[in-house]
Design a protein around this ligand. Structure first.
Ligand SMILES: [Zn+2]
Length: 80
């Protein structure tokens, strides 16, 4: 298996601010979230642990690309 050093260039570059995998478009990032959801659902069905926890795609202001995160979105704020 090739290490990160041997293959510095992946299909998508990595964000040097967050260190996350960078996606060029919202659709690319969203596809990863959809795929992760599929993996999680399948893992749950067979009662297996899943290492895929991406649940949200967000735009990164540092690199101008898109990233995925496993953290749920912040709770909505209600104003009186
Ligand atoms: Zn970024």
């Amino acid at each position: 298996m090739a290490t990160r050093a041997e293959r510095p260039y992946h299909k998508y570059p990595v964000c040097h601010t967050s260190g996350k995998k960078r996606y060029r478009t919202h659709r690319d990032a969203k596809n990863v979230v959809v795929e992760a959801r599929f993996h999680m659902r399948r893992a749950a069905r067979w009662e297996l642990p899943s290492h895929r926890h991406e649940c949200r795609a967000y735009a990164c202001s540092a690199c101008g690309g898109w990233h995925t995160t496993s953290r749920p979105p912040p709770p909505p704020r209600f104003f009186p």
